[in-house]
Design a binder for this molecule. Sequence first.
Ligand code: DC
Length: 221
Amino acid sequence: MPYNIAIDGPAGAGKSTMAKRIAAELGLVYLDTGAMYRGIAYYVVKRGVSPEDREGVLPMLDGISMDIAYDDGMQKVLINGEDVTPYIREHTISMAASTVSKIPEVRIKLVELQRDIASRTDCVLDGRDIGSYVLPHADVKIYLDARPEVRAVRRLDELKAKGTAGNMTYEDILADIVARDYQDTHRDFAPLKVAEGAIVIDTSDMSVDEVAKAVAALCTR
Ligand code: DC
C-alpha cells in the first residue's frame, strides 16, 4: 500500500512549504491539489466563462483532460497537453479556483485523478479536503492553520519576494484571504474542515523550522 500524507488547511497556513519539505525528506512525491483547481479555473476563465457559471462550466469538463507531470521535481499541470503551470499563480486565479471548486462535478473529476495518483504513489498531498474526503484513510492527516492576519503577511512577503505584489496592499490580501476562507469552508460539497483524526497545528507563532519539526514527528513510516 502506498504511503499517503494529507495536509489540509486554509491559504497561507504553510501547507505547500511543509508538503515540499516532508516530500524531500522522505523521498515522496508532492501533489499540489490546489494547482489542479487553478488549472481548471484558468482554462474556463481564458475561454470567457465565469467560474461561478455552473451551466457554462459543466459542458467544458468533458473536453478537459488533465495530466500531472514532474520536471526536475517541479509539478506541472497539463490540460489537453498544454502546460498551464506558468499562468495558474496569477492573483485573480486564486479566487477563481476557489469559486470553480464549489461545483461538485469539477471536484469529482479532480478527486478521481488525485485518488488514482495516491493509490499507486507514496505521496504527500496538500489541499482543502484531502483528509476529510479524498483520502479519509491516509496514513497521516495534518491540518495546518494560522490567524488570517499572519497568513496575509506571509502571502504579501511571498509576492514581494517574487516581484509580483504590484499595487497590492496588506489590506487587499487580507480581504482576499478572508473571502476565500469563507467560500472554501461554506461550500456544500467537501468543504474545508478539520478531518476526523487530523492533527491540528496552528503555525501563527511558529518558525518554519518549528513547524517542519512538528510535521516530521508525525510522519514516521
Ligand atoms: O491551495 P491553493 O490556494 O492553490 O487552492 C486554490 C483554491 O482551490 C482554494 O481556494 C480552494 C480550491 N481547492 C479545493 O477546493 N480543494 C483542494 N483540495 C485544493 C484547492
